[in-house]
Structure formats: structure tokens, C-alpha cells
Design a protein around this ligand. Structure first.
Ligand SMILES: [Zn+2]
Length: 326
């Protein structure tokens, strides 16, 4: 990363980054700003190269999986385009929520009040709490698992504990060789800040292995321009494993004594100096390893904030606990 004095956009203070690796490149968008493609049989994905949604076309109606406002009315356009080409009804009958977050569901109300919305019990609780007219709470909810059958197609929904959010579910299409699991793995890119803005570090880091336990070839992971492969999940797991190892090494090697000594009675300054030093030490080799390999890896704040979150989880959740004062 360099900070040039001037740039072609006339924005001199913006940093420049390495060219994106090929695996991070998005899709070619149409004149409306979306790309829709067949994932498997009658399951389709639609992207604007930032967000991703999916839908299933059936003789009895269309089932939508997530309604990101970034894609918004282009979900409707994509559904109309595909159903018209295949002589199927374009009527949307169901919308499945992967989780409650506004950035993935804020176009839900576009589909009106008369469809059936499905989501986890906790999604309903959180949407009632958030009271956002753009995201009506689901009508059909479940605690552990739910099988949706529409027009001869089957979709298995399951909750395996909190991860990115408390309510984030696994959406398996057993007859489409596909899993939809949002906001954990990004195909060809590192997670953004704090493990993709996740609530539960241990749940987040364990989730890819749960995803891999399902049989699938295609992973719809909610962001960017393409569907993920099992290799993408393995690369993500390696990135997280590298941060965990580097964090443990940094916790063992950075000596807090001189830092706390320097600040004396300002103990919070000592804490900051120590944890910032551990974070810097842990993140640096990971940033170096993945720059040019995964998109966003040289945007250092992403790996640093994710490293900070993982390092805190190692200290606070997993231990081992530090020495006890004699
Ligand atoms: Zn989210």
C-alpha cells in the first residue's frame, strides 16, 4: 500500500492497493446493474458484485432467498427475466431470511405483505425488536430445522448455533448440490472488519467446517460476484487458522512489562499499547501472506480488526488463563 501525492481521480489522500487477484474478480453486470445466472437446474443467483441473493423457480411460484436492498428491485427484474425465458410463473410466494441483518433483507417489503416469510425464531425476535417496515418479521419460524417444499422442490433450513449473527442459518438445497450460508466466507476475498462484522468469534470460526459437512458443490455466500467452491472455504479456513496461530505467537512473544512500565498509573494506556502491539505483530505476516492471493488482503484494517477479535477471543474465551497472582 502506498499513499501517492495525487491520483487519477483527484483524491490524493486515498490509498492505492494491489491489483485484484483473478479469483476476486466479479461478474459482468447488465444495464440495470445486476448479473443473474443458473447455479443448478432451477436455482439462480443474482449479484451486483457486492451483494448476492438467490431464487428458486417452480411451477407453483418463486422462492426468494434474501433480499439485499443493494440489489433491490433488480431481484424482481432477475426473477421476471428467468421465469419469462422458461415459461414459468413469476409470482413470488415465499421469502427465506438467512438472518435478520438489514443489508441482506432490507428489500423484503418490495415483495409485499402477501408472501410467506420464513426464518429462524431468533430472526423473528430480532426483526420485531428492530421494527423496520422494510423487513417484516417471518410468519413461519423454526428453532432447529425446517423443510420447505414448494412446487416439488425441497430446501432444508437449519440453525447450528450463533456465528456471524445469533440467527444465521444454513440453507441446503439437497437436489441442487448447493448450500447458502451468508456472511462468513467470501469467495476469493478476506472478511471485512472484525470477521465480517460478526458477533460470535468462536461460532464464526467453527462455522465453515459445519458448512463443509453438508454435501454441495456451490456455496452462495451472500457477497461479491461469484458462488464459492469448497476450495474457497478451505482458503478462508486457512486464513483464519493463520491468524489464530499468529495471535498465539504474538501473545507469547510481546512483553507487556515495559509498555505498562512506561505508562505507570495510566493503566488503560498500558493496555492499549500492549494489545495494539500484539495485534500489529500478529497481523503483519498474515497481511503479507495473503496480499495478491485474496481480494482485500492489503486493506490492512480488515486483517488487523479480525486479528484483534480473534486474539481477544483467545484471551477471553479459550485461554489458557494467565498466571494467577500469588
Ligand atoms: Zn449479516
Amino acid at each position: 500500500m502506498t499513499s501517492p501525492a495525487t491520483s487519477a481521480t483527484g483524491a490524493p489522500d486515498l490509498p492505492e492497493y494491489a491489483p485484484l487477484p483473478a479469483i476476486a474478480k466479479g461478474a459482468a453486470l447488465n444495464e440495470h446493474g445486476y448479473h443473474v445466472w443458473q447455479v443448478e437446474r432451477n436455482l439462480y443467483a443474482v449479484t451486483d458484485n457486492v451483494y448476492m441473493s438467490a431464487f428458486l423457480t417452480t411451477p407453483d411460484g418463486v422462492v426468494i432467498f434474501d433480499a439485499p436492498p443493494n440489489i433491490g428491485h433488480n431481484i424482481r427484474r432477475a426473477v421476471d427475466e428467468i421465469t419469462a425465458a422458461n415459461g414459468l410463473t413469476s409470482r413470488v410466494t415465499h421469502l427465506v431470511y438467512s438472518h435478520h441483518h438489514c443489508d441482506h433483507q432490507g428489500a423484503s417489503s418490495v415483495f409485499g405483505p402477501d408472501i410467506i416469510r420464513i426464518g429462524h425464531d431468533e430472526t423473528r425476535r430480532l426483526l420485531l425488536r428492530d421494527d423496520d417496515p422494510a423487513r417484516p418479521a417471518p410468519d413461519v419460524t423454526f428453532a432447529d430445522s425446517y423443510t420447505l417444499e414448494v412446487g416439488g422442490e425441497r430446501v432444508d433450513l437449519a440453525w447450528h448455533g450463533p456465528n456471524h449473527s445469533p440467527d444465521n442459518i444454513y440453507i441446503h438445497f439437497p437436489d441442487h448440490d448447493t448450500l447458502m450460508f451468508i456472511d462468513v466466507v467470501n469467495a476469493g476475498w478476506i472478511p471485512i472488519y472484525n470477521l465480517n462484522l460478526s458477533d460470535d468469534v468462536i461460532g464464526y470460526t467453527a462455522a465453515p467446517a459445519i458448512a463443509l459437512d453438508y454435501p454441495w458443490t456451490h456455496l452462495i455466500s451472500g457477497h461479491l460476484g461469484r458462488v464459492a467452491t469448497r476450495q474457497d472455504v478451505a482458503m478462508h479456513q486457512q486464513y483464519i487458522t493463520d491468524i489464530e496461530a499468529s495471535s498465539r505467537e504474538a501473545l507469547a512473544s510481546v512483553n507487556p512489562g515495559p509498555l505498562f512500565g512506561h505508562y505507570g498509573e495510566n493503566v488503560w494506556a498500558g493496555v492499549s499499547a500492549y494489545l495494539d502491539a500484539v495485534t500489529e505483530h500478529a497481523a503483519a505476516p498474515v497481511i503479507a501472506k495473503y496480499t495478491g492471493v485474496l481480494g482485500g488482503a492489503d486493506i490492512e484494517v480488515y486483517t488487523k480488526t479480525t486479528t484483534f477479535a480473534i486474539m481477544q477471543s483467545i484471551r477471553l474465551d479459550r485461554g489458557p488463563s494467565g498466571p494467577v497472582h500469588p
